[in-house]
Design a protein around this ligand. Sequence first.
Ligand SMILES: *Cc1c(COP(=O)(O)O)cnc(C)c1O
Length: 249
Amino acid sequence: MSETLPAAGTADVDPRTAELRERLAGVRQRISAATAAAGRSEEPQLIVVSKFHPAADVVRLAALGVTDVGENRDQEAAAKSAELTGLAMRWHFIGQLQSNKAKSVAKYAFSVQSIDRPQLAEALAKAIAREQEESGRPDLDCYIQISLEDDGGAHRGGAAPADVERLAESIAIASGLRLAGVMAVAPLGMPPGKAFEKLAVISADLRGLHPEAVGISAGMSQDLEAAVQFGATHLRIGSDILGSRPRVR
Ligand SMILES: *Cc1c(COP(=O)(O)O)cnc(C)c1O
């Protein structure tokens, strides 16, 4: 019998599905334990980061109860989401985004978590408005990506904390965009707890101005426990569920 063709009735035990089920269960257990340890009553939303992994894995994840996936490149996300239009899955865009890709992202994204400048918010607002006219899509959940580096963001990958208020305003006033909260990646060389504590303070300040912006997207495979401790509402977990991916592409 061919190894690549499972016999009828055994699709359930496709080895990759079995592997994903096990890894997913392990991560869910860690999330439950961290939630309990933090004295929180509600678990954060798990977003499985599917970048570099094939659309077939997203299908397997859906069968295992995953409802949310994250991608960081438009080309890859657009192709996968187009291939899987029949699948009930929310696609979150979590990577650096050029304004000229806003039109494409508006076709499939439930959220963009990496908004770091007003021009990007404007481009997304325009693209979402057009998409809403054509397809009636819902408003886009928008997260401000914040740089937690000690240099205050003098580099790529997130807005400086000092720029959050202005950026939030540009999202809040745009029709079609919903200000959902903040997102960050813990910087290398800083204990993740310290980074996420900083993020929690920024989030509290933002909520003072925009009470609806309750989202805190923080925590990856290596640091999800610290993120849960400091109030993450969304976790973005890739390698601990899907396995390692090539380092560079
Ligand atoms: C890749 C990626 C993740 C997932 O990281 P893992 O270490 O694989 O869990 C989370 N957030 C962002 C922004 C990413 O690019």
